[in-house]
Unconditional design. Structure first.
Lengths: 380, 471
């Protein structure tokens, strides 16, 4: 970890672990209290447990301008970004987390050029810019090509994410196999599916500013479930095609189209909302270095779904070929950048939540007797 | 500008727990309310920012308090710590009023910690605010805003126009300009004088120069001074207050909770001569911590050193400043600048006097010394496992007890013996009515909330009655 960030993190742990007023807010503080010593793996774990809800910042009597200068959301955000780089695979590509907004933009442009130009070369501009009978998209892009390239990239992304997860798990002291224990895995999954830590017992979180709001949680639900629905659309289409031999285009009431439409709508509402909230967010809590990474991911999701919905809407027209190729370019960019951009927060936070659930089922490692903590809390 | 403030029904001086609970109560009773806070918004709410709990009576388990804490036990706890130096009828009234506090607080948006089981210990006697005092105050300020209470920051009251026990107006400085704000009733909630180093020196002598102020630098006691000059009756001893021993390396002001040290009872404490001066194991820490500020204040140069060995390390809440570490007692003496021979003698003498016993910090165990002055009566263990650790201690003042006398309507009593007609007080500025000396964890916020609510309601009643007759 960067030396200055290390000092900042140690200072945070020292002050917060002596104070503990925030313990009821979230898992990060409850986990912190189980420790007296914080090694780099612990810091990565706690930072990824943090959801950035920011309640602790507004509650903190030591937040700037107090001389102790405590700002947990900002410090944890900085540690998170470093952890993404630390666990990235392969390591040389960890650099892509820097200037991530530029990387994503350039890659998008490159993919657009490659796909459109490639389509013109392979299919010919006449067929590309004419209506396709029956909207058969495989007249534009050969099936084999689609399946091979996209599957390869998809599988590579999965591999990169899994390796990142394993590195995180090992580095934070996780034992092999405990991740899969059903009860704690289910608890972690529940926390993810409901965004429990953005709910705060109904209060929501103090994001983008000091007022409590559920808006971030809801826009994230739109994004997350939108994404899952789009994934479900692709999965069912694959099943239809490869196992049931039903070829696209699929009817407007078919599962792939329904999932894809709902998912696309979700991925328009969610990212737009999250983007607006981000613009309004209290700058004191924002790690400006990461805003590019966050925004480029939101934009990529949004544009992927816009192009997908446009494709659906215009698939019987002359625009179909172009829209298809453009949409595929965006999807390819998305797949390629998933292991090296904002998406990875989902992997590490999920892992951290499962680890927290596992911790809860064990006694704390340090020796402070429970009655001594209780006594300390009685003495203000 | 100050002309924006207008002339409200009820003027509240001070934006802490007492002030805001008074403002909210006054507003809910129908009065127009203005709160004047001398600090900027980032440091609003005085000492309330550093608090975390309040002590409540309750008959049975609630969602935020376990077991029960009945009036008689609460009363006896308070009598014990104050040594009877309290206003008993007011104390009883406060205790009874504490029963409904957590409901009132949560209905105004305050989050109070629930029992979660597992690692979180729930208090039986004290309810804890989620996020601590600053979060509590954020909730009150939000509630006040919703209700239409107007708050002015960076606004200091420098004088009070009081005639025959009747408040007319306050002289207020905002952005360098002074103006008069009149109101039909006023609530004094501006804290003690703990941040006023000159006043502390007057009360304590030069020893006060070595005190650390645990909380806000904004409680200079200006309003207290003025109201006493205008005929309010004082209560309490200027040298009394809530004072605990904290790490000597703390910032002069505003260090708050993290500067407290919890290892005193686990080791020995010596003064700068290297000598012990009090039984470190006299009682459980929550019952004794409040006397150690005074004990250290009485030592030469108001400094003392808590010394433990590696057996104790990790057995108390982590402290924000690192311990001073040494492999031998001689080395520790050097680092702490203590006379080496005396410290070695003290530690050896202590070790020799320790009787065998079964150490258990959760009970008043049988580990004691025999033949020392003073003895250590519990948790005495030999200091013989290096490394040795030392923490320097100084007296930390939380708040002062000299204040204004009030009756059960939170009305300020004048030296004539009569209550002021439209002047009320709540919080630190009148805590001396309940706390003649000593302290019980959480009672400060109880005093503020109970008397704040009463003061607000009574001030509104007075203000609105006045306006009716005038109309």
């Amino acid at each position: 970890m960067d030396a200055e960030l290390q000092r900042e993190a140690e200072h945070l742990m020292t002050v917060c672990n002596s104070c503990r007023y925030c313990e009821a807010y979230c898992a990060a503080w409850q986990s912190m209290e189980r420790r007296l010593v914080f090694n780099p793996g612990d810091l990565n774990y706690l930072a990824n447990l943090c959801h950035g809800c920011s309640d602790c910042y507004y509650a903190c009597q030591y937040a700037p301008p107090h001389e102790f200068n405590i700002n947990p959301p900002l410090t944890f955000a900085k540690i998170r970004l470093e952890s993404y780089q630390q666990y990235a695979w392969p390591q040389p590509l960890a650099k892509l987390f820097n200037k991530n907004g530029v990387v994503v933009s350039l890659l998008t442009a490159l993919m657009l050029i490659v796909f459109v130009f490639g389509a013109v070369l392979v299919v010919g501009s006449d067929r590309l810019f004419s209506p396709v009978p029956g909207a058969k998209l495989y007249d534009i892009t050969p099936n084999r090509f689609l399946v091979t390239t996209f599957s390869a990239v998809f599988l590579y992304s999965i591999l990169a994410l899994v390796i990142g997860f394993l590195r995180f798990w090992r580095d934070t002291g996780g034992k092999f196999g405990t991740f899969l224990r059903p009860v704690t895995l289910a608890r972690g999954l529940w926390d993810v599916l409901t965004l429990h830590y953005l709910d705060n017992n109904g209060f929501g979180c103090t994001y983008p500013k000091q007022e409590d709001s559920q808006s971030r949680r809801w826009f994230h639900h739109f994004t997350f479930y939108g994404f899952l629905l789009c994934f479900a659309a692709t999965a069912t289409a694959t099943i239809y095609e490869d196992f049931l031999n039903w070829l696209p285009p699929y009817g407007y009431t078919s599962l792939p189209v329904v999932f894809g439409t709902l998912g696309g709508i979700g991925l328009m509402i969610g990212p737009t909302g999250l983007y607006i909230l981000k613009l309004r967010r209290n700058r004191e809590l924002t790690d400006e270095k990461q805003v590019g990474m966050d925004v480029s991911f939101l934009l990529l999701l949004f544009l992927t779904s816009v192009t997908g919905l446009l494709l659906l809407a215009f698939r019987t027209t002359a625009a179909m070929g172009t829209l298809l190729v453009i949409h595929l370019a965006f999807v390819m960019t998305l797949f390629l950048t998933i292991p090296y951009g904002k998406f990875v927060h989902s992997v590490y936070r999920f892992a951290a939540l499962v680890k927290f659930a596992l911790e809860g089922s064990r006694a704390p490692e340090h020796k402070i007797a429970a009655e001594h903590v209780h006594a300390a809390r009685q003495s203000l | 500008m100050t002309s924006n403030i207008g002339n409200p029904d009820v003027l509240v001086l001070g934006g802490g727990n007492a002030g805001l609970t008074a403002a909210i109560s006054a507003r809910e009773a129908g009065a127009s309310v203005v709160v004047l806070e001398s600090a900027p918004i980032e440091f609003r709410a005085g000492n309330s920012r550093h608090t975390r709990d309040l002590r409540c009576m309750h008959e049975g388990p609630t969602d935020v308090l376990s077991g029960s804490y009945l009036e008689q036990e609460y009363f006896e706890d308070m009598m014990h710590v104050t040594g009877g130096n309290t206003n008993e009828p007011l104390l009883r009234m406060m205790i009874r009023a504490s029963a409904e506090l957590t409901d009132w607080m949560t209905s105004h948006g305050v989050r109070v910690q629930h029992s979660l089981g597992g690692t979180l210990q729930l208090g039986r006697t004290n309810a804890f605010f989620v996020g601590g005092g600053k979060a509590l105050m954020n909730a009150y300020y939000a509630a006040a805003e919703r209700l239409g209470v107007r708050v002015f920051y960076n606004t200091e009251v420098v004088d009070l126009d009081v005639v025959h026990g009747e408040f007319r107006s306050a002289s207020v400085v905002m952005k360098g300009q002074t103006s008069q704000i009149s109101a039909r009733a006023v609530v004094l909630a501006s804290g003690g004088f703990e941040s006023n180093l000159e006043w502390l020196r007057k009360a304590w002598g030069p020893a006060a120069d070595n005190f650390i102020i645990r909380g806000t630098p904004y409680n200079k006691g200006k309003v207290l001074t003025r109201i006493l000059e205008r005929g309010a009756e004082a209560i309490g001893d200027p040298a009394q207050g809530h004072c605990v021993a904290i790490d000597a390396r703390s910032p002069k002001f505003d260090g708050g909770i993290v500067t407290r040290l919890d290892c005193v009872s686990l080791g020995i404490v010596v003064n700068q001569r290297g000598e012990r001066f009090y039984d470190e194991g006299e009682d459980f820490w929550p019952k004794r911590y409040a006397i150690w500020g005074r004990l250290v204040a009485e030592q030469p140069n108001q400094i003392a050193y808590s010394i433990i060995d590696s057996k104790a390390m990790g057995n108390f809440m982590p402290s924000v400043f690192p311990p001073i570490t040494a492999q031998t007692v001689q080395e520790l003496a050097g680092k702490l600048k203590l006379p080496v021979d005396t410290l070695v003698q003290t530690v050896n003498g202590f070790n020799q006097a320790v009787r065998p016993g079964t150490f258990d910090h959760a009970v008043l165990d049988d580990c004691k010394t025999n033949g020392l002055k003073p003895e250590k009566t519990h948790w005495a263990q030999r200091l013989d496992n290096p490394p040795f650790y030392g923490y320097p201690l100084r007296p930390g003042v939380t708040f002062t007890y000299l204040g204004v006398k009030v009756n059960d309507k939170a009305a300020v009593l004048m030296t004539t013996g009569q209550p002021a007609s439209n002047i009320f007080a709540a919080g630190e500025i009148m805590a001396g009515n309940i706390l003649g000396k000593g302290y019980c964890a959480g009672v400060g916020m109880t005093i503020g909330t109970v008397f704040g609510r009463i003061a607000g309601k009574e001030a509104a009643t007075k203000a609105l009655a006045g306006s009716e007759t005038r109309g």
